[in-house]
Design a protein around this ligand. Structure first.
Ligand SMILES: [Zn+2]
Length: 58
């Protein structure tokens, strides 16, 4: 995780957005865009981190 501080930020924002929208749908992505523009790039780094499959399924 130390190598990817932005991944941790992505996880936090992802969980915050889930408080507003439980599903990985279009509204979820719009909220992510609002909180963290460029989140799609941060998500790429998560592929190196185990136990986070939930975060890059959408
Ligand atoms: Zn999720």
């Amino acid at each position: 995780m130390q190598r990817h501080p932005l991944c941790l930020e992505y996880i936090i924002v992802h969980e915050m957005v889930h408080l507003l929208e439980r599903r990985h749908n279009e509204r979820f992505r719009e909220l992510m865009d609002g909180f963290m523009p460029g989140w799609r790039q941060h998500k790429e780094g998560l592929k190196e981190v185990p136990l986070t499959e939930e975060y890059w399924e959408e």
